[in-house]
Design a protein around this ligand. Structure first.
Ligand code: FES
Ligand code: FE2
Length: 399
């Protein structure tokens, strides 16, 4: 905390470990060697969110997710038994990729190289010309290679280790407890945005886990919405650290008036800028002037929630300075035309806001790579960045 007494005080909703107040070194954002360690010690050892169950509602429905940081292409498929499984997209004969479309429905996957056939439960069903293979070749041992796969509230997670030491629910811990009451199942996806900027994954992720930037970056799309006389630097209202995960509540300026369209649609349905108030699974610290919660699941998934809507981000590292970013926006299912208008409003407002967010990122990365700056200077309001970096270092230090 600085020498001046702050106007606004952030609440702490959980114990906050002492993480010091030192500046954060730049090196982890620009070092290829550091990135390789993150690949091995973080991404190959964490549960990673990949899709929603409603993306593959019927037996045989599948989607393919290329996960660059795992150097893998992964098939996520609902079997005839309704169970969702995840497999490496590789034929166990000579390594060809077996599912070539991004999504579809299939009882079987037939390899396009020599015609081996796999069931949607991963079992090898048929070897073409089996009689020409040695006796030891056994279909039962040549099924598709699995990743661990589990779901929480409709979110599908995979783990590179088929037998991870920690189950999904245990990994999510108190972060999941906090969100358990949120009605994800009553919402529908209304938009997906994606981009692959030339930027390290932590630089993009950091830009979405603090509200301090709203005072400049969002002065066009959301002027004075997250800051105002009572909170000029857009400090969060509260913060909670849940193991490697964290939750930050953003402050809403009570004096903020959205533009006229926002006011009109806000009468008919939830919208990002206009709806305030109590809603299950939100505002866990019961803050005044609460806007929404930024919920960060380590290492690379966000589920931000507000009254009647939520949106998710996935930050997929491609290499040290490229990140594939996806945003999915969900809102309570529309039951009348007015609610559809509110959905459209959220979609367009968030599009404009994230375009503003992306305006700084590539320049930030390029400037950090210049080597002119060794450290980043962090405020109390940017505690989420400090926590993320702290957890990254903890995971890298594991044997
Ligand atoms: S590589 Fe798939 S059948 Fe040969
Ligand atoms: Fe932003």
């Amino acid at each position: 905390m600085g020498a001046q007494e702050p106007v606004f005080k952030m609440k702490e909703g959980t114990d906050i470990p002492d993480m010091g107040n030192a500046p954060l070194p730049v090196e982890p954002y620009i070092s290829a060697e550091f990135f390789e360690r993150e690949r091995e010690k973080i991404f190959k050892r964490a549960w990673l969110e990949v899709a929603r169950e409603e993306d593959i509602p019927n037996p045989g429905d599948y989607l393919v997710q290329d996960i660059e940081v795992l150097k893998a292409s992964v098939i996520i498929v609902r079997g005839q038994d309704n169970r969702v499984r995840a497999f490496h997209n590789i034929c166990t004969h000579r390594g060809n990729k077996i599912a070539l479309k991004e999504c579809g429905n299939a009882k079987h996957f037939t390899c396009g190289f020599h015609g081996w056939v796999f069931g949607n439960d991963g079992e090898l069903k048929m070897i073409t010309g089996k009689e020409y293979f040695p006796d030891y070749v056994d279909e039962n041992k040549l099924g598709l290679r699995s990743l661990a796969c589990d779901t929480w509230k409709g979110f599908i997670f995979v783990h590179h280790n088929p037998n991870p030491p920690q189950g999904l629910r245990e990994f999510l811990g108190a972060m999941a407890d906090q969100l358990d009451a949120f009605p994800h199942d009553q919402c529908q996806r209304i938009a997906r945005y994606s981009a692959t900027p030339r930027v390290n994954w932590k630089v993009v992720l950091d830009a979405f886990q603090e509200a301090y930037h709203a005072i400049m970056v969002h002065r066009i799309s959301l002027p004075n919405s997250a800051s105002g006389a009572g909170n000029p630097a857009a400090m969060p209202t509260s913060v909670r650290l849940h193991g490697p995960h964290r939750s930050i509540s953003a402050w809403a300026n009570p004096g903020y008036l959205p533009p006229e369209t926002g006011m009109i649609v806000g009468k008919y349905g939830p919208s990002f800028a206009t709806q305030k108030g109590q809603f299950p699974g939100t505002n866990p610290s019961d803050d005044d002037n609460w806007w929404f919660d930024i919920n960060v699941f380590f290492p690379n998934f966000f589920c931000d929630v507000g009254p009647g809507w939520y949106f998710t981000y996935n930050f997929w590292p491609v290499d040290v300075n490229h990140t594939r970013w996806t945003m999915d926006i969900y809102q309570l299912k529309a039951e009348h035309a007015g609610a559809l208008l509110a959905q459209e409003h959220t979609k367009v407002l968030l599009r404009d806001a994230v375009l503003e967010d992306f305006g700084t990122l590539e320049d930030t990365q390029a400037m950090m790579e210049s080597g002119a700056l060794d450290v980043l200077t962090i405020s109390d309001g940017e505690i989420a960045l400090r926590h993320q970096m702290n957890v990254v270092h903890q995971w890298l230090a594991r044997p």
